[in-house]
Design a protein around this ligand. Structure first.
Ligand code: ISL
Length: 559
């Protein structure tokens, strides 16, 4: 396999609004991020992924861009961005920008211009359509609830928005739009950006007929349409063009965020011979506890299903493509609360998940706060939530469908994206050291215990464990490049695998349960060395191990 810097990199995701507020307005900002760069360097991060920082009216907190060439007022100025970028580079790290491709804000100049009737070059930048029998052009449901179409009086037509009403979808079959996007990417690359995360980028091609989707719930006015849109015909041509126009001209790295993509399709996007994208953030393993009606419905976590999905991705991409490894981000609830135990075994389960995911083949993504074991939030009042998807969900379920407040809040506590968006917990002072003013979203009340200051002082903390995990990655090439092989395929609670490179073999054993688990593995040819564990070590042999609740062990075997 070809070796590259980005295969060896650990990526740290910053959600700028919630990371650190330097100017006391309650909102995180670029200067705040710069203040914390030494912390990120000491953790071992190689790449800092900045969530969107462009000008935005913040309907979806920056994922609704009104100007790709300017910085959002609340976050600071372009000078602040340059200073942050320099600070990252000076410390030997790289910067990844989030590029929002599928839509702009409805306040973007293109969208405003696109409303004018007649011969207007911007009209075709978006999906403007006539209504059908007095209603929307088709029955598609927005990912954020309600119809995916909105009527605009000025334009006298409906526009498509797969996400919020303030995020009109762009039309990528328009050559002019594509060139605008390539120019915009070159602008940032010329300013020193090293990597892009491409947001929701497998949705760019819509079926030309925009046909109705099949109604899942009889009588419901709208139908989920994702399956008609993901991996649309011709999407690979777009990435090949983008690669030749932009990516191939810079020493850069790309990661594409793609929901609803199988490992087979993931390989098509990332196979290095196809010259499209370097790597992918897939969703299949994160969707494992989604119910039949989607991500707001939770079914019990199944380790066998989760393990099968990840193992299949490992085999599909091995030696050809590349994947991102993650269990947390700004769209997902915190994994310790979701599939672990965020009270009695908070520390153990946080360490176990990190071990399990980071020892697979791929680039590890660490989402802010994950490295100190931050947990979900439970606000009782819907007014304390900020996320547009959550607020829409509440409105539809409670006000329109008439479900009880308690029932809807139960779903929200489990799945709201705000679970991951509460302010970063730096210390035990007011507002957790996030800033001097009341933050835009409330701090998690457990900040007095769960914070960076405490974690730095405690050698057994989740934070020190993350540092060790990253240090090991830099010391043992097998962690980056080793081939993957699943072990104990039938075990109900243990995810175990080996990685092999030349004469080195890694054995990773993780217990996903709160019970002790007996495990027996074949004795390796030479004595295994215990590299890392989240419990005090015992000297039981691999042939008869007893793993404690959420225990993780990593062994190295030299052949
Ligand atoms: O179901 C989906 C598509 O089939 C979604 O999961 C979608 O791919 C995902 O929500 C995309 O997320 C990204 O784009 C959104 C933004 O709200 C998220 O924060 C961002 O990560 C719209 O820009």
């Amino acid at each position: 396999m070809k070796k590259t810097w980005w295969k060896e990199a650990v990526i740290y995701q910053v959600y700028p609004r919630s990371f650190r507020d330097s100017d006391g307005d309650g909102i995180g900002d670029l200067k705040g991020i710069e203040e914390k760069l030494d912390y990120l360097k000491e953790l071992g991060a190689d790449v800092i992924w900045l969530g969107p920082v462009y000008k935005s009216p913040n309907d979806d907190y920056g994922y609704d861009v009104s100007d790709y060439y300017q910085i959002m007022d609340e976050f600071g100025s372009m000078d602040d961005w340059v200073s942050l970028c320099d600070g990252i580079h000076r410390r030997g790290m790289k910067i990844m920008m989030d590029i929002i491709f599928n839509h702009t804000s409805d306040e973007h100049a293109w969208f405003r211009a696109s409303k004018a009737p007649g011969d207007n070059p911007y009209r075709d930048y978006y999906y403007w359509r006539e209504g059908r029998s007095g209603g929307e052009p088709n029955n598609w449901e927005s990912f954020f609830g309600g119809s995916a179409w909105k009527y605009d009086e000025e334009a006298r037509a409906y526009y498509l928005h797969l996400f919020s009403t303030k995020q009109p979808d762009l039309n990528w079959s328009n050559e002019g739009l594509r060139q605008e996007m390539y120019n915009m990417m070159r602008f940032w690359l010329d300013k020193g950006v090293d990597a892009f995360r491409l947001d929701a980028v497998n949705l760019l091609v819509k079926p030309p007929e925009l046909q109705d989707a099949e109604l899942l719930v009889p009588g419901h006015p709208y139908a989920p349409c994702g399956h008609l849109i993901v991996n649309g015909e011709g999407i690979h041509d777009i990435f090949q063009e983008m690669n030749s126009e932009v990516f191939s001209r810079y020493p850069m790295f790309t990661v594409a965020e793609m929901a609803g993509v199988s490992a087979e399709e993931g390989l098509l996007y990332t196979d290095s011979f196809r010259k499209e994208l370097d790597s992918i953030i897939c969703f299949e393993h994160m969707d494992v506890d989604n119910g039949p009606s989607g991500r707001w419905e939770s079914v019990p976590f199944s380790l066998p299903a989760f393990r099968q999905i990840l193992s299949h991705w490992q085999h599909m991409l091995q030696g050809k493509g590349w994947t991102g490894l993650y269990l947390n981000n700004h769209d997902q609830p915190r994994v310790v609360s979701r599939w672990g135990n965020d009270s009695r075994y908070r520390v153990e389960s946080a360490k176990m998940f990190a071990t399990c995911i980071q020892m697979l083949q791929g680039s590890p993504y660490i989402y802010q706060g994950e490295e100190i074991g931050m947990t979900n939030i439970r606000f009782d009042d819907i007014h304390d939530y900020r996320d547009v998807e959550t607020l829409n969900f509440y409105k539809i379920e409670y006000e329109i469908k008439g479900r009880s407040h308690e029932e809807v809040m139960r779903d929200i506590h489990l799945r709201s994206r705000d679970n991951a968006r509460t302010p970063m917990q730096w210390d035990d002072s007011t507002y957790a050291g996030f800033g001097d003013a009341k933050p835009w979203i409330n701090v998690n009340p457990n900040y007095k215990e769960v914070n960076v200051k405490n974690a730095l002082a405690d050698p057994d903390s989740v934070l020190h464990y993350y540092r060790e995990l990253i240090r090991l990655r830099k010391q043992h090439e097998v962690i980056v490049y080793g081939d993957f092989n699943l072990l104990l395929e039938e075990h109900s609670d243990i995810f175990a695998y080996q990685r092999t490179l030349h004469k080195e073999m890694l054995i990773v054993i993780t217990n996903f349960s709160e019970q002790e688990q007996a495990v027996s593995l074949d004795a390796p040819a030479s004595e295994p060395i215990l590299l890392l564990s989240n419990y005090p070590s015992t000297d039981d042999p691999l042939e008869s191990l007893c793993l404690r609740p959420f225990e993780a062990r990593v062994y190295l075997v030299q052949k």
